[in-house]
Design a protein around this ligand. Structure first.
Ligand code: PA5
Length: 338
């Protein structure tokens, strides 16, 4: 089966961190009369980006359920930044560098006087930020944004380390082990994909693995061109679960469970309740000895499931024509001023 760029993920992760500037904390800029000091204390990290780039924020946010992150991570997937930020560091991630929502958010951050760091392969984001002296991490290319995930994630991890937000260095290699381990489970992934044919997957995931669930949904959408529903528990156990009574024939429940997730017992109860109504959930057990390894194992393994599903359905996985059409039309109609 064609794994596209997945076999390259370990090297993408390693190469991408080489370009993170060493002296990030000593950057000092003056933009529109405002001094932006990258050495100043911050009280949050905002990760802004869309789709395959924005998911990095979701994954980091998951990891902060396990790590002792010093400040909150705020995930922003919009063309504006949240109001009432006080002293954030903004990490603007766009694989192509041409996603208008992300460029607008980065510009807004600079105009509010926040330190910004870009992660991209180039494009307008790189040009706009570099033109103002803003640090940009240029990353290696992949076949499409989502296939470059480690190259988007690893620089962000290093940035968190450099700003003293989380201590990640010890786990970086384990993340790569997670990729390598998932690549050994291609047969299992194909088997899972087979069970998803002709269904609408209902993906149950715990709050601390929300990012893995979102990424799985996104990969189902973009690789296999498949709709799915994601339910994050505990919240989903107070609403989504009520629908299990109705026999909507095409639903296939998939429960994602991490090895040391503190919500594990809760999810077991949830699975028992769903099963008691006649559903037969597929249980996906994430593997890994560290939080990063488990998270990356999850996104790699489930990504491969979606490639296998695409193959079973005879769908071309890389192109995402509706997204391209949307971006072109937004551009044509001048929805964004970038
Ligand atoms: O995976 C994809 O192709 C998309 O989800 C893109 O990531 C999304 O459209 C945003 O583009 P970019 O990552 O180039 O900013």
């Amino acid at each position: 089966m064609n794994l596209i760029d997945y076999p390259k993920w370990p090297s993408l992760a390693r190469e991408s961190i080489l370009n993170v500037p060493m002296d990030l904390r000593s950057v000092r800029l003056s933009i529109d009369g405002k001094v932006i000091d990258y050495g100043a204390e911050i009280d949050s990290v905002v990760i802004t980006g869309m789709g395959g780039s924005g998911v990095v924020g979701d994954l980091l946010s998951d990891l902060c359920w396990f790590w002792d992150c010093r400040v909150p991570i705020i995930v922003s997937k919009n063309m504006r930044l949240p109001r009432r930020l006080s002293r954030p560091l903004v990490i603007a991630i766009s694989y192509s560098g041409n996603t208008a929502e992300t460029i607008m958010s980065a510009n807004e951050a600079l105009s509010r006087g926040y330190p910004v760091i870009g992660i991209t392969t180039g494009g307008k984001l790189s040009a706009v930020l570099s033109g103002k002296g803003v640090p940009v991490v240029l990353i290696p290319k992949a076949s499409a944004p989502r296939y470059g995930l480690p190259a988007l994630l690893y620089p962000a991890l290093i940035i968190l380390e450099r700003f003293g937000i989380a201590s990640v260095t010890n786990e970086l290699e384990s993340g790569i082990t997670g990729i390598e381990n998932a690549l050994k489970h291609v047969d299992d992934a194909v088997n899972l994909a087979r069970q998803l044919v002709d269904s609408i997957p209902v993906v149950w995931v715990t709050e601390s693995r929300r990012g893995v669930g979102i990424r799985f949904k996104n990969d189902l959408n973009e690789n296999a061109k498949y709709y799915s529903v994601i339910s994050v528990v505990p919240e989903g156990a107070h609403n989504d679960i009520a629908a299990v009574i109705t026999k909507q024939g095409c639903l296939k429940h998939v429960a994602i469970m991490g090895p040391s997730d503190y919500e594990g017992l809760y999810e077991e109860v949830l699975i028992d309740v769903i099963s008691s109504f006649g559903a037969r959930p597929i249980i996906v057990k994430l593997e890994g000895k560290t939080p990063l390894e488990t998270e990356i194992y999850g996104v790699t393994y489930l990504g491969i499931v979606t490639l296998a599903l695409a193959e079973l359905l005879g769908v071309e996985p890389v192109s995402t024509e509706p997204i391209d059409r949307l971006k072109n039309l937004l551009n044509e109609r001048r929805v964004f001023q970038v």
